[in-house]
Every structure is written in C-alpha cells, then in structure tokens.
Design a protein around this ligand. Structure first.
Ligand code: HEM
Length: 226
C-alpha cells in the first residue's frame, strides 16, 4: 500500500496509534525502573541522571526524538480518529448504562488529555525545572550533580504535587490497561477471544507501571525516601 494511502486509511491511523502507544509503553517501563533507584538513595539516582545527561547525552537525544515523534503522532491520530467517528455518526448513540466496556476503555479520551497535560507539566517540573514548586532549581548534591533526588523529595512533600502525580498515575494505569490490549489487537497479534475481558498481559503491564511509578511519591510521603 502507498504510504500516503496507508496514513489516510482508518486502519492505518489505528496501526500508527498502536505502534506509537507501544513505544510509549516501552519508555514508561524503562523510566519507571530508572525512578525506582530513588530507593537506593541520592547518590545512585543523581549519578544515573548525570550519566544520561553526560556520557549518554547523544543516546538520550535519539530517544527523545523518537519519543516526541511518537507522542505527536499518537495524539494526532487520536484526534483524527475521534473526528472521523464523530463525522460517521453525527447523532450519538442513545445513552444507556455501559454493559461490556471497561472503565479503562471509556476514559481513553479524557484520560489521554489528562496524561498529555501531565507530561507537559512533568517536563517543565523535573527536566527544565521551569515550574519549580519546591524551589530546587540549580541545586546540586555533594558530588556536584544536579539534585534530581532532592527535587523528588521536596516536591512530593508538597501535597498538591503528590496528589497530582498519584492521580496522573491512576490515569496512566487505566490508559495502559486498555491501550496495551487494544494495540496488540489492532496489530493483529491477539486473536478474537471467547473471553475478551480476560487480558492478563495488559493487566500485568498496567499494574507494574502504575505501582512502580506510584511507589516513589508514596515512598516520600511515608518518609522512606527522604
Ligand atoms: C511518580 C512518577 C514519576 C517520577 C517521580 C518521574 C521523575 C522524573 C524525573 C526526575 C525526570 C528528570 C530526569 C532528569 O532530567 O535527569 C523525569 C523526566 C521525564 N519523565 Fe518522568 N517521572 C514520573 C512519571 C512519568 C510518566 C508517567 C511519564 C510519561 C507518561 C514521564 C515522562 C517523562 C519524560 C518524557 C521526561 C523527560 C526525559 C528527558 O527528555 O530528559 N514521567 N521524570
């Protein structure tokens, strides 16, 4: 199929959604695992940050570019597919109590919008430190590395920052539960199942990512990360 015809087709857009979503899942798994080093103390986490921004800077930029393209395509396809389905059925279905859809499926659109807002806030908070609720901009640790750890501790001690992150991780878990399942469906790896609500892999991915991320603010609140 010609690439442009692929891009214009509804299934092409769904495949782009699925592939870019899987790229996002790979990223969040790696990022979550990296963050858990917060439990190993400030030196470990800050040295990891310094390594990414120092010797591995070129790799970091390659990953950033892949991720930025993936996020833009993912959001654009979501928007275009929503517009298409709206155009195909300008008068919505009569509303009734959902029977087989999951909460995760029904919150894909608004959960996705919340996640996009979260990601923008999050980069301004931890990466550029433009938003600096804890006043940690420019701070370094004893080894002279940027104090990522200190920013995590000081930020999650602020109640609204902790609440926002914990809520966003719930949205992420739900989004992944539906997204992990539907992407492999779209890409044709999963066959139609007699038990469509039995989604073990998607459930494991969603719980591991949600819990792994959430442990960090919870660790600060509990005083384990301090
Ligand atoms: C409690 C949850 C999270 C914590 C504690 C956290 C922590 C951090 C920290 C400390 C950085 C800055 C690292 C550095 O500059 O050295 C960062 C960067 C980033 N995080 Fe998170 N993160 C969390 C959740 C997420 C989630 C759920 C996503 C995506 C959906 C995400 C996406 C990113 C991105 C895109 C960057 C920028 C990476 C770069 O280009 O440098 N984070 N995160």
């Amino acid at each position: 199929m010609h690439p442009l015809a692929f891009y214009r087709s509804t299934i092409g857009k769904k495949i782009i959604m699925g592939v870019t979503g899987l790229i996002g899942i790979a990223f969040v798994i790696l990022h979550m695992a990296g963050n858990l080093q917060a439990f190993a103390g400030p030196r470990k986490l800050n040295a990891y940050g310094a390594m990414l921004h120092g010797p591995l800077n070129e790799l970091l930029w390659v990953l950033r570019i892949i991720l930025i393209v993936a996020v833009i395509l993912h959001v654009l396809m979501a928007y275009q597919l929503t517009m298409r389905s709206r155009a195909a059925r300008p008068i919505g279905y009569e509303h009734r109590e959902p029977q087989v859809s999951t909460l995760a499926a029904r919150t894909m659109k608004w959960g996705g919008v919340l996640l996009l807002a979260f990601i923008i806030f999050h980069i301004l908070h931890f990466t550029t430190q433009t938003v600096d609720p804890a006043g940690m901009r420019g701070m370094t640790d004893v080894a002279g590395d940027r104090d990522v750890y200190g920013n995590i501790v000081a930020s999650f001690q602020i109640w609204w920052v902790a609440v926002f992150y914990i809520a966003a991780m719930i949205a992420l878990g739900l989004h992944l539960y539906h997204g992990a399942w539907s992407s492999i469906r779209t890409l044709g790896y999963a066959k139609a199942s007699p038990n469509p609500l039995h989604r073990r892999i998607a459930l494991v991915v969603a719980i591991v990512v949600w819990l792994g991320f959430t442990l960090v603010p919870l660790g600060v609140i509990a005083g384990i990360i301090r």
